[in-house]
Write a protein that binds this ligand. Structure first.
Ligand code: ATP
Ligand code: MG
Ligand code: MG
Ligand code: MG
Length: 576
């Protein structure tokens, strides 16, 4: 590519609404331009990065045996109604009507459509396993689109869906995708960690997020430097860690749960919409009457909601799940637990789907805490009073750096990450809901065992930049750079020697399969260097008359402090 025929459109300043460095640099380097909140045009320079990301993903998906197809962006409501997600998805699902008043949605993901395809196409166990994927535009009407393409509303995702005969085969499909994801992110030159993630209603231990490590990441992850334990902090709040922080003598018991508050109960209680993102819900009770009777059960409830931010804290007091709820003030609740404001203390965490109200007399005799698994409770725990104040990340968490790792092999450390991929075993959740079956060897219909596997194609450039930049601009890993090398001729318009050497090198690099750009704009060196350093091209060769007289040109890697001299003779070989 010649720069005079390309589109280089750099800015000195980023628009003021760009909060983090990747967003600023993508705008300044002319990779993207904003069209509306969370909706961007990928300019030619940005699209080159996206295409390279896509190609790596496509190659590795193909290598892993997955088959590419494309599903429609516009999807009929009927399919989404079959799984109940038409109602459950909330406002993230963008819905609209066609001219015949029929309901449609823009795909935020495509389990419904692919399951519909599978039930029509995959009739026999002989056709299994199958893994279909697409690299396609997604739309999620995110409550808070931000950070440019990292949390866009319209974005590109690679989404794959596996169909298997049984649980074991589904495990193999999952492992193959996990391995493919490692290859993908290795090839992209990213520093990442695969962490165990919440499996929600599906259960089991087969859900991993691929997190690019960056301080600006919206997720917090815990890992053990002494072992391979790593989990999203949301998951790390679960049982083993709670146990590690319980007062001595605390016991984890399985109890019957006669009264359960539903998500709807909690939402109504807190006066928030049902689809509110609940990051943490803390439930505890110590209120029993003298006889240990459950009559006056008091449940303290702390809710933190918001998009990965500690931006809203609600404290509520439920006075007996049977008798309705009443809010306690935050001050009241902090005082109750002896916490300082801002510190909500490790009391016990629940997710709203798992809010459990325990009213058996035996359990009410002691302090009882909910734990992050249905039907499990601690008795005899003393949360919140004598524990040290945790650091910021763990403010509302039960996990602090230095906690023992659940595998017993060391201490936990905390990091922030950007979720660039997610592999998820789905079981028969969708196949059962949509009656998607195949005939097994015994002639009986069986629902498919499924898995789904996403990669945030357009989130990846942002994540890569968060990890690789300096004060001058982006530093692309070679594999996803818009151009691998730039040739900067000094005096293009006036020196034939410069033009000839630059052109010959450009052609040699191209012939060797290097994605090079020749800056033939006849700009001053300062302008060329500033542009290409901002754009983040990893390798630069500068050719000028002065150097040529000595038979030399200059090479500088984007991370190098200084240029090194290379002989013109054998230049292409030296650069390659
Ligand atoms: P997040 O927790 O960041 O909201 P998610 O868990 O909702 O992501 P998944 O449903 O797992 O996302 O989708 C698969 C991948 O798609 C994610 O791992 C992420 O890389 C990407 N992705 C999800 N939402 C967005 C978005 N709004 N903008 C860009 N990429 C996204
Ligand atoms: Mg999301
Ligand atoms: Mg997530
Ligand atoms: Mg996810």
């Amino acid at each position: 590519m010649r720069a005079s025929q390309f589109f280089v459109s750099t800015l000195k300043e980023a628009p003021s609404d760009a909060e983090i460095v990747s967003h600023k640099l993508m705008l300044r380097a002319g990779l993207i331009r904003k069209v509306a909140a969370g909706i961007y045009t990928y300019m030619p320079m940005g699209l080159r990065v996206i295409r390279k990301v896509e190609n790596i993903v496509r190659e590795e998906m193909d290598r892993a045996g997955a088959l590419e197809l494309t599903m429609p962006m516009v999807q009929p409501a009927e399919l989404w109604q079959e799984t109940g997600r038409w109602d459950k998805m909330g406002d993230e699902l963008l819905r609209f009507k066609d001219r015949h008043e029929r309901d449609f949605a823009l795909q935020p993901t495509s389990e419904e459509v692919i399951t519909d395809t599978a039930r029509q196409e995959l009739k026999s166990y002989r056709q299994l396993p199958k893994n279909f994927y697409q690299i396609q535009t997604k739309f999620r009407d995110e409550r808070r689109p931000r950070f440019g393409v990292m949390r866009g509303r319209e974005f590109t995702m690679k989404d794959a869906y596996s169909f298997d005969r049984d649980v074991d085969a589904a495990g193999r499909s999952y492992d193959a995708m996990y391995a493919a994801y490692c290859r993908i992110f290795d090839r992209m030159g990213l520093t990442y960690r695969a962490v165990a993630a919440d499996t929600g209603a599906i259960g089991g231990d087969r859900s991993h997020e691929f997190q690019v490590i960056a301080d600006t990441g919206e997720d917090a992850i815990v890992y053990c430097p002494q072992s391979d334990y790593a989990a999203n902090i949301e998951l790390a709040e679960a049982l083993p860690l709670l146990a590690s922080r319980a007062a001595p003598g605390a016991d984890l018991v399985k109890t019957p749960t006669p009264g359960k508050a539903t998500c709807a109960d909690v939402a109504a209680l807190l006066g928030v919409p049902l689809e509110t993102t609940v990051k943490s819900l803390v439930l505890a009770t110590d209120d029993v009457d003298e006889a240990g009777q459950p009559a006056g059960v008091t449940v303290w409830l702390l809710l933190v909601r918001g998009d990965h931010e500690l931006n809203e804290v609600k404290a509520g007091k439920l006075e007996g799940l049977k008798n309705g709820f009443r809010f306690a003030s935050e001050a009241e609740i902090l005082e109750h637990f002896g916490c300082k404001p801002g510190y909500l203390g490790p009391i016990g965490l629940l997710k709203p789907v798992k809010v459990v109200a325990d009213r058996t007399v035996a359990n009410m005799a002691d302090f009882i805490c909910g734990a992050n698994a249905e039907d499990f409770h601690y008795t005899g725990a003393n949360w919140g009073r004598d524990l040290p104040e945790p650091d910021l990340v763990a403010d509302i968490r039960n996990v602090v750096a230095g906690d023992p790792s659940p595998d017993g092999k060391g201490e936990l450390a905390i990091q922030r990450g950007i979720e660039v991929g997610h592999v998820f075993y789905l079981g028969t959740k969708y196949s059962k809901a949509m009656n998607a079956t195949f005939l097994d060897e015994d002639g009986r219909p069986k629902p498919f065992e499924m898995g789904c596997y996403g990669i945030g194609i357009t989130r990846i450039p942002g994540a890569a930049i968060e990890q690789n930049h300096d004060e001058r601009g982006i530093i692309w890993p070679d594999a996803i750079a818009p151009f691998q090398a730039v040739i900067c001729p000094v005096g293009w318009g006036r020196s034939e020697a410069v033009r000839d050497t630059a052109t010959a090198l450009y052609e040699a690099l191209r012939a060797a399969g290097i994605d090079a750009i020749l800056d033939d704009r006849d700009e001053r060196p300062g302008v060329m260097f500033a542009d290409w350093e901002l754009v983040g091209v990893p390798h630069r060769i500068t050719i000028g008359d002065r150097g040529l007289k000595e038979g030399q040109v200059e090479y500088q890697g984007r991370r190098d402090a200084e240029a090194t001299k290379l002989a013109v003779d054998g230049l292409a070989e030296a650069v390659l």
